[in-house]
Design a binder for this molecule. Sequence first.
Ligand code: UDP
Length: 329
Amino acid sequence: MTILVTGGCGYIGSHMTWCLHDAKEDFVVIDNLSTGFDWAIPQSAKLYEGEITDLDLLQTIFRNHDITAVIHFAGSIIVPESVSNPLKYYNNNTAASRTLIEACVKNGIKHFIFSSTAAVYGDPEVIPVSEDAPLTPLSPYGTSKLMTELMLRDTAAAHDFKYTALRYFNVAGADPEGRTGQSTKNATHLIKVACEAALGKRTHLGIFGDDFDTPDGTGVRDYIHVSDLASAHYLALKRLRDGGDSIVMNAGYGDGYSVLQVIDAVKAVSDVNFEVKKEPRRAGDSPKVVADNSRIMSNLDWKPQFDDLPTIVKHALDWEKKLQFKNSL
Ligand code: UDP
């Protein structure tokens, strides 16, 4: 029983590989290293460098290993880029996933875990947002992920194939043991950017809008620790192995924090009073996105270990310091 992790060298994928390593599962990784790093995964892990659209490579992997499940992270994730270059997203996310899913069906792979996103909800009217909310993504990124969810739904209806789609909320933090973290350059995510500001890698942090209809006027999000997210994938896989049916679940804690609360947490944890500037709203930003997580809580025996903003920030900051050292080598 070997698990194939696509995009396993990326931010969330690399945490998944450490989770599987710690659980003593057999796994192999496929990654084209476009945004990931081969040093982010356990040294003992087998890495196939290449594209998930390369059918010959997929066949080689299926032939060389007894693959029984796929955890699929590979894809593109930058929302503004998806607006300016939508076809890249329909190619890298939707079309590439189609090829991978087809190869899975042909090779009798029955279990598939998919990394989806809360972006499939667009600007949700009801908060916390449940899985049954209207699916009206605001970006090609969200649409490309939703299209993959629909392909999985229809494939599961037609074949002996079960899937779990996890709709991620705001993923942050890093491996508590400092083995991997968010390492991509030019990141735009709030906690990462704030940590960079605290370490002097940026001159300041911009607050994108302070006149939203929220308690302090800044955007509210549901920040989930990346290692808790990885463990949710593993439990989702175990659930399918135990005969669970296909399911779509929100992956979030159900708690909301504003931009100002995050800034306060980063300043407190880092003990640096970095500069903060008010800036205009970013196009397409919702005031508040928080998960209704009742479905994942009732379907998985998921006990988040890092559901605490200062802990998330501490791990992100520790990794950012390590990265600074790595980059200076
Ligand atoms: N944000 C901000 N400054 C930044 C980055 C983000 O004020 O430099 C805000 C953003 O407007 C949103 C929240 O922080 O309200 C989370 O944004 P992020 O890009 O981390 O994730 P998103 O929710 O857009 O996926």
